[in-house]
Design a protein around this ligand. Structure first.
Ligand code: NAP
Length: 307
């Protein structure tokens, strides 16, 4: 097996490195800051520009995560293609996180948490799920799994992607021209698109105003999709009923940020779907084996479209 360069800036970097070494026992691993300028393959998590500059002959760069927006800001060697993890144990986590957020909002479980804390036995009128259509922005590996999960609870589900898609039980919209129709058909919006020049700031006042009254926003993609001031303004006006945000523009979210203050906003620290090391490494071993057989591995990123 050809040598593989490793760059892993993660709290569990040591564990990851040991797992990679165990699963790729045939490979010679070159762990940054060690350098082998001739190396053709790299496995990375949050790499620096210096790492790429030191390995100018890289052909395939395997990212340990699904999102590649940060990597695409770096200057990769001329022949390097970026390969991302697909699913890698994250789809089921996204499905449970989003289903939980949708159900918590729909069943008013936050209200019951308050009445429970006050030792009050107060029943509320049941709500109609037909009045809570869920709109999934992005029907890729993660978004399609989320759509399928939410559908199991009989919510009406609509989806939006760049290209036309068909999914059983999901009314699909695509492209900029149909974005307005998608928003108008949505009350609970789930953001699952990658961060690209086209999607940065897409959750803004103009777009969120087009959600049905009492709209709810779930952002599990990237903090820069959401214009946080616009969300706060639409919560203040009453057009939006609340939000669950797993990602924020600044992470960690500063303690004095107004998003922490609004009880209708639930914040989690970017944990909706975490990379499962063993599953991801097993996937990467397969992708590298495919590359070494001269095949193109699945999950090659198109740098022009940005995902
Ligand atoms: P994916 O398989 O590449 O799917 C992306 C989807 O978004 C596709 O359906 C694509 O449309 C659609 N899309 C992209 N640009 C669009 C645009 N301009 N307009 C409309 N639709 C657009 O990605 P994935 O694996 O599902 O991951 C999605 C994102 O989740 C990642 O990029 C990452 O940012 C985020 N993520 C977050 C966490 C977390 O813990 N919070 C964890 C993992 C991933 P087409 O189908 O037409 O190509």
């Amino acid at each position: 097996m050809k040598p593989i360069a490793l760059f892993c800036q993660h709290p569990q970097a040591q564990v990851w490195q040991e797992d990679i070494a165990a699963l790729m026992s045939q490979a010679q691993l070159v762990a940054w800051p060690q350098v082998n300028p001739a190396v053709r393959y790299a496995i990375v998590w949050s790499p620096t520009q210096a790492f790429f500059d030191a390995h100018p002959h890289l052909e395939l760069v395997f990212n340990m995560g699904a999102g590649v927006d940060a990597l695409l800001k770096l200057r990769l060697p001329p022949k390097a293609r970026l390969v991302r993890i697909e699913d890698g144990g994250m789809a089921v986590q996204m499905a449970e996180y989003v289903s939980h957020a949708v159900i918590r909002h729909f069943r008013e479980l936050d209200v019951y948490a308050q009445t429970s804390a006050a030792a009050q036995w107060t029943q509320r009128r049941p709500r109609l799920r037909t009045e809570f259509p869920v709109g999934i922005m992005g029907l890729g590996v993660l978004g399609s799994r989320v759509a399928e999960a939410v559908r199991q609870f009989d919510f009406p589900v609509v989806g939006w992607s760049r290209n036309p898609r068909e999914m059983e039980g999901v009314q699909c919209f695509h492209g900029e021209a149909q974005f307005g129709d998608f928003l108008a058909a949505t009350r609970i919006l789930v953001c699952m698109v990658p961060l690209t020049p086209q999607t940065r700031g897409i959750l803004n006042h103009a777009h969120l105003s087009q959600l049905q009254a009492g709209g709810y926003v779930i952002n599990v993609a990237r903090g820069d999709h959401l214009v946080e001031e616009d969300l706060l303004a639409l919560l203040a006006s009453g057009h939006l009923a609340g939000a669950t945000l797993d990602v924020t523009r600044t992470e960690p979210l500063p303690a004095d940020h107004p998003l922490w203050q609004d009880p209708r906003v639930t914040i989690t620290p970017h944990i909706s779907a975490q990379t499962m090391v063993s599953v991801s490494i097993a996937q990467m071993v397969e992708k590298i084996a495919a590359a070494q057989r001269g095949e193109t591995p699945d999950g090659v990123v198109d740098p022009v479209r940005g995902y």
